[in-house]
Design a protein around this ligand. Structure first.
Ligand code: GAF
Length: 382
């Protein structure tokens, strides 16, 4: 991501005394809607980032410019209340940093980047983590990477109103080039695996749709999982989350559970199992077996968790009989955004061409595809 334009914009408003912080978007190989259930996920930071140019301004006012939208907004430290739009993320990060004891004062900010918005690649987590990392540095905070990630998550909960898990902010903070991260979300532990991409590439296909029910349905899914846990807890009082339940235990409670709640919980328990298996297949470069798990994840998300949409299903279905594609599924919260595809290296161009043509024909809409590689996590530039 070229920061020069952002620096120029910053210096046209203020002066050359500034710092730069950056944080990446993420892809997720497998493990969807498991993070807020205490489960496992397998994301990686990607080579697309949000960059913040920052300077303390010795006032109590925050002046922020969203460079890509060419919009400017200001607020004071005394008046941090949730509103709408991108400024909410800035407000959320500032408020949550203050709660954690970072002595944030007024500052000037220009931010921008190449993480596509609304594509399910966590542009909001990238902004939160880039900003929190930058402000922690600018105002002498002592927060760890983990605390930075949790500040981002809290901003999402309390300002954007999405009760998300920790996957996106952890991936954006702990990302490492050439590695995927297995996150144990219950214990907030990360394990980095070297990613050997011999013979394949990750291709993301952006539907270009982001259905408006995404955040309300997301919060509903979380509540449904909690309702399932509440049923199980009647006989398993020590159970904290779905991570602690087996499929057999869930099945034993089927008659006591609303069928929709049962389906949601069954998906989560199966998806957790898939993540653990996927780690082994990825390590051993067993691409067919990994691909089968990726398809199974999509099927569960489509039919049991019901967070897919016709555009995502179409793109996945297009790949099912294509022996150049090992696996494909919707990625992220759902209701739009991208599919992730595990594609043979020498077939990437023809795959993109085929998907683009088919999508245009079916929906009269342009499909944008990205062949992504892994990148590093949030940091302040020297
Ligand atoms: C969104 C959320 F922000 C994540 O926490 C995660 O739950 C994901 O949806 C679904 O796996 O990206």
């Amino acid at each position: 991501m070229d920061t020069l334009k952002l620096v120029e914009k910053f210096e046209s408003q203020w002066d050359e005394n500034h710092i730069t912080s950056r944080a990446p978007g993420r892809m997720n190989i497998i493990g969807e809607h498991t993070d807020y259930n205490g489960g496992f996920v397998l994301p990686a930071a990607i080579d697309k980032e949000i960059v913040c140019i920052l300077q303390a301004n010795n006032t109590n006012t925050i002046n922020a410019i969203a460079s890509d939208l060419d919009e400017k907004e200001s607020f004071t430290l005394e008046q941090i209340t949730a509103t709408n739009g991108w400024i909410n993320y800035i407000k959320g990060v500032v408020a949550e940093l203050i709660k954690k004891g970072v002595k944030v004062q007024g500052f000037n900010l220009v931010f921008g980047g190449d993480v596509p918005l609304g594509a399910g690649l966590s542009s909001s987590a990238a902004l939160e983590c880039a900003l929190a990392t930058g402000l922690n540095n600018l105002f002498g905070g002592k927060l760890s990477q983990r605390e930075i990630a949790l500040v981002g998550q809290a901003a999402e909960h309390n300002y954007a109103g999405v009760k998300c898990g920790i996957m996106d902010q952890f991936a954006s903070t702990f990302g490492q080039k050439d590695h995927v991260i297995k996150i144990d979300c219950k214990h907030q532990e990360t394990a980095h695996f070297p990613l050997n991409t011999q013979g394949f590439k990750w291709v993301l296909c952006n539907t270009g749709v982001s259905h408006s029910l995404a955040s309300s349905e997301y919060n509903t899914r979380r509540e449904q999982c909690e309702a399932g846990v509440a049923v199980l807890q009647k006989e398993m009082p020590k159970l904290e989350d779905l991570r602690g339940a087996t499929l057999a235990q869930l099945k034993a409670h089927r008659s006591a559970m609303d069928p929709t709640i049962y389906k949601r919980c069954e998906f989560v328990i199966n998806e957790n199992e898939r993540v653990l298996k996927a780690c082994k297949h990825l390590e051993n470069n067993e691409l067919d077996a990994l691909g089968a798990l990726i398809y199974a994840s999509h099927d569960g998300l489509q039919h049991d968790y019901e967070v897919s949409c016709k555009e995502l299903d179409f793109l996945v279905d297009q790949t099912r009989d294509n022996d150049q594609v090992f696996g494909a599924r919707m990625m992220g919260g759902g209701f739009g955004g991208c599919t992730i595809n595990l594609v043979r290296t020498n077939a990437v161009d023809s795959f993109i061409e085929m998907q683009t043509e088919a999508y245009q024909k079916q929906f009269n809409r342009k499909l944008v595809c990205y062949t992504v590689v892994t990148g590093d996590g949030a940091r302040v530039e020297d």
